[in-house]
Design a protein around this ligand. Structure first.
Ligand SMILES: *[C@@H]1O[C@H](CO)[C@@H](O)[C@H](O)[C@H]1NC(C)=O
Ligand SMILES: *[C@@H]1O[C@H](CO)[C@@H](O)[C@H](O)[C@H]1NC(C)=O
Ligand SMILES: *[C@@H]1O[C@H](CO)[C@@H](O)[C@H](O)[C@H]1NC(C)=O
Length: 288
């Protein structure tokens, strides 16, 4: 009896590991600033080691915070000049016009009962200290949706927005990098629905890996993962994703890959919210 028990445990352990490409998540710390109390987006700096950017949900000042990814301390606050903040719902990293690293901001939520549908981009600050950053440009867009909480930008600057809908099958639209600089809003018509089903209004966040080959989307009680070939995100999300670990969060609307595209972080709304890190296991998919 005793002899038979051990192999059974081992078998279970191995198969459980094989199904779970990422660890179950560790708390790296809790936010220590009362200014960042409704975190709604998260993105990893490409320039400053161990820096994540975040921002508050609708109704805040136009500002972004730098969060230390090793302990969740808030280390700087950046005013964003030239940008309105009706309902910022997500940020993402992407290229600036000169190919340096920019933070993209989506003002596309429903807070003021009228979607604004604006994307801004601002160059990453040269130093992680309190200062005001001025936007480089803005990109108004039109889509059929009323609430967008997920902004995705790939390594070539191609932009995707995903709507938040009851049941989770949000509409993903493509906004090409060439759409910047037009006076008229870009009409985003190239679209597909996510191949997921949830029991809430979802999804609330997402991120494309720095090399463009992996996509994560966060719903209220799920995190979904797709491997992506040839930067074809619209085709990828029509296929079923695999589910990867998350911690139950009250209003978890923020997720991002780390700068190396190895591990991912989640953060939720609320004061002193915990920052969780999910580490890629040796059994997980190869990076890139
Ligand atoms: C956007 O494109 C769709 C599909 O071509 C079209 O039906 C719609 O009228 C366009 N919207 C605007 C505001 O031009
Ligand atoms: C989801 O993926 C499955 C398997 O590929 C496919 O049969 C199904 O049609 C997809 N559903 C949607 C809504 O695209
Ligand atoms: C990213 O990779 C570099 C080089 O391997 C390493 O020094 C750094 O710690 C990694 N950063 C993260 C956030 O894992």
């Amino acid at each position: 009896m005793y002899v038979g028990y051990i192999p059974l445990v081992c078998l279970f352990y191995i198969s459980a590991n094989a199904q779970s490409p990422f660890g179950s998540g560790i708390t790296v710390g809790t936010l220590d600033s009362t200014h960042l109390d409704e975190a709604s987006g998260l993105a990893a700096s490409r320039v400053h080691p161990n820096v994540l950017y975040s921002h508050n949900d609708g109704g805040d000042l136009s500002r972004i915070f730098a969060v230390d990814s090793t302990d969740a301390s808030v280390i700087a606050e950046f005013g964003i000049s030239g940008a309105d903040h009706y309902d910022w719902e997500d940020i993402a990293m992407g290229p600036c016009p000169d190919k340096s690293s920019c933070i993209y901001i989506a003002d596309a939520g429903l807070n003021h009962h009228r979607p604004v549908n604006m994307i801004y981009r601002v160059r990453e600050p040269g130093a992680v200290k309190d200062q005001t950053l001025t936007i480089i440009d803005k990109l108004p867009f039109i889509w059929t949706e009323v609430d967008g909480q997920t902004l995705l930008v790939d390594n070539h600057g191609e932009i995707y927005m995903v709507s938040n809908v009851n049941g989770g099958k949000g509409l993903m639209v493509h906004i090409p990098a060439s759409a910047w600089g037009s006076a008229t809003p870009f009409n985003a018509t190239s679209s597909v629905h996510l191949n997921i089903t949830t029991s809430h209004h979802d999804p609330g966040a997402g991120d494309i890996s720095p090399d463009g080959t992996e996509l994560i989307i966060k719903a209220r009680n799920h995190v979904y993962y797709w491997k992506v070939l040839n930067n074809d995100y619209l085709s990828a999300v029509e296929t079923p994703p695999i589910e990867i670990p998350h911690h139950s969060e009250r209003l978890g609307e923020a997720i991002c890959w780390d700068v190396n595209g190895t591990n991912y972080y989640t953060l939720s709304e609320g004061r002193h919210a915990p920052l969780y890190e999910f580490v890629r296991l040796p059994t997980g998919p190869a990076v890139g």
